[in-house]
Design a protein around this ligand. Structure first.
Ligand code: NDP
Ligand code: 2IT
Length: 449
């Protein structure tokens, strides 16, 4: 059978169980297209159905989350935890609270997480969870009651050596605090069961910064391979949450000019670029006031707000999509290419559609998938687990140095497995194969489980 036929047969088989899960099928297809030809060339992995085992979660937990709104009305949401693969360590991955959350989205995220965590070189398996709860417009009390109810069920499935959740969209420092408080109350144990904890109660320095910083370190290394840098280049960032904020900060520190940020209502364009003061305003707006990015133009009237639009039409050489999946499609990619884009590093998980990825690769644009370039967040989560286990903290400088080393190592692993003709590195292929090799080797060692 040709590789193409093997890929088709594999995807047909996966679709039998998952055809109504488009995001999950999208993530599986991208991995299958690059890993199945590799398996065919490496007999050690052939005939063991390793990839077929990897697409089936170890377990998928779904539960009712009932809680009381400020109005007194009883609300019901659905909670999930997908424990995808534990071949190389305890399940590890974030929790997402967003009304679009469903099994397909969490399975795609959990599947990506398995490869991403393997790339960090730290001993972490892959998982993801969350709820269709919408935190927008909720009071602190409502958020707390929801988190407590969510943990009342989740606690029995997690533990510092079993499964260690963290944040993702809609889950930040505030939510991790409420979740941790409830876990501790139920279990009477102060352990590193969650990461992204507050700095005074077991958290790690640099964890809030890690995903955004790591993404920019990755972009920096990709550019370096072409003798280029971020210095003096215009950067478009999407999103305005945790990842976007710190990607903006590091890109600016490295001399880039970040001209856009966005949320689900639209994007702002500040042609003068964001500086530390403007970023401080955004952080206060989003993290404390929990406002909308459109409010930026009240403070900085020279900037413009583009309602209902995405930032990919602006002139830029570097793009950092840091909001959500499938937020940059084939048409957006063509616009970026037309405007002279040279580098796209995904800060979000799967923000570029397959058509966009294909277009970037066809035009020789440096392109890194989220599972490589956003791995800095989970990497520092892994370092938080190590610090918790030692009951000891490293300094910010030490962690930043480790983060830079990990991102450089992921880059080099991708280059090792993804280098092709004419010196172009297919970072998607490289990340998929490098992640697969580590997990597959562990699975082979551990037998059919
Ligand atoms: P936040 O909740 O802090 O911010 C999310 C941002 O994305 C907000 O600006 C939000 O806007 C926007 N967004 C969410 N959904 C949509 C949508 N459907 N359309 C347009 N914009 C949207 O999340 P994070 O910054 O933590 O996460 C961003 C991305 O990075 C996600 O893909 C996440 O999986 C990924 N990631 C996060 C890591 C972390 O450590 N936090 C680690 C690795 C990856 P709005 O307020 O309007 O919803
Ligand atoms: O997608 C991700 O890697 C995260 N949301 C971070 C997961 C973690 O465990 O830190």
């Amino acid at each position: 059978m040709s590789s193409k036929d093997k890929i088709r047969a594999f995807l047909d088989e996966v679709a039998l169980r998952n055809e109504h899960e488009p995001e999950f099928m999208q993530a599986v297809k991208e991995v299958a297209e690059t890993v199945i030809p590799f398996i065919a060339e490496n007999p050690r992995y052939e005939g063991k159905n390793i990839l077929l085992r990897m697409v089936e979660p170890d377990r998928l937990i779904s539960f009712r989350v009932a809680w009381v709104a400020d109005s007194g009305e009883i609300q019901v949401n659905r909670g999930y935890r997908i424990q995808m693969n534990s071949a190389i360590g305890p399940y590890k991955g974030g929790l997402r609270f967003h009304p679009t959350v469903n099994a397909s989205i969490l399975k795609f995220l959990a599947f990506e997480q398995v490869f991403k965590n393997a790339l960090t070189t730290l001993p972490m398996g892959g998982g993801k969870g969350g709820s269709d709860f919408d935190p927008k417009g909720k009071s602190d009390g409502e958020i707390m009651r929801f988190c407590q109810s969510f943990m009342n069920e989740l606690f029995r499935h997690i533990g510092p050596n079993t499964d260690v959740p963290a944040g993702d969209i809609g889950v930040g420092a505030r939510e991790i605090g409420y979740l941790f408080g409830q876990y501790k109350r139920i279990k009477s144990q102060f352990t590193g069961v969650l990461t992204g904890k507050g700095i005074d109660w077991g958290g790690s320095l640099i964890r809030p910064q890690a995903t955004g910083y790591g993404c920019v370190y990755f972009a920096h290394t990709m550019l370096q391979t072409k003798g280029k840098s971020i210095q003096g280049r215009t950067v478009a960032v999407s999103g305005s949450g945790n990842v976007a904020q710190y990607a903006t900060q590091k890109a600016t520190q490295l001399g880039g000019k970040v001209v856009t940020l966005s949320d689900s209502s639209g994007y702002i364009h500040d042609a003068a670029g964001l500086d530390e003061e403007k970023l401080k305003f955004v952080m206060h707006l989003k993290n404390v006031k929990r406002g909308r990015i459109s409010e930026y133009i009240s403070a900085y009237p020279h900037a413009t707000f583009h309602s209902g639009k995405r930032p990919w039409g602006v002139n830029c050489e570097i793009a950092l999509p840091c909001a959500t999946q499938n937020e940059l499609d084939g048409d957006d990619a063509q616009k970026l290419i037309g405007n002279g884009i040279i580098c796209v590093a995904e800060g979000a998980n799967m923000p570029a559609t397959p058509e966009a990825v294909e277009a970037f690769q066809a035009h020789g644009v440096l392109f890194s998938p989220g599972k490589a370039s956003n791995a800095g967040g989970v990497a520092v989560s892994g370092l938080e687990m190590s610090q918790n286990a030692q009951r000891f903290n490293w300094t910010a400088e030490q962690i930043d140095e480790k983060l830079q080393g990990i991102m450089k190592n992921i880059h080099d692993k991708c280059a090792q497995f993804g280098s092709g003709d004419k010196g172009y590195v297919n970072y998607v292929k490289g990340a998929n194969i490098a992640g697969f090799v580590k997990v597959a080797n562990a699975m082979l060692d551990q037998g059919v489980v």
